[in-house]
Design a protein around this ligand. Sequence first.
Ligand SMILES: [Zn+2]
Length: 147
Amino acid sequence: MASKEARERKLKEIQELAEGWGKMIAREAFPDGPGLDVTLADMEEYAVAASRALVKGAVESMATTQGEQLGEEAPCPTCGKMCPLKRKSRPVVVRGGETVLEEPVGHCPACRRDFFPSASGIEVGRSRVQPDDASSHPAHRQRHQRF
Ligand SMILES: [Zn+2]
């Protein structure tokens, strides 16, 4: 991770860039400028829709790139056997919007468990997700309930 100063400099650059995008959104919403009948709430509606879309696009992109670094397989946390990783979509609420994460999920046939290889912060508020395909098997259900 970059130093605190470098991070703050980058954040400032991004804010200036995004402020410019905000002005573009204003021109897109009202090419001839907002008429006198346009309320502040109307303006806000366009801005918030754009802001939420921006959060979605940015977080999805960063989390996907991060997940790709985990590769195609990961060791089972229980037995250490290398297991193939699948990607599973999970909608999450983040600050300023909602997004869909494409999360890597491993399944160990020996331990009969699913696991989420951790890279980092993509584990937003999750401790134990029970994938749909696991709940149909009684052994899986019992195992998951113990966690
Ligand atoms: Zn295992």
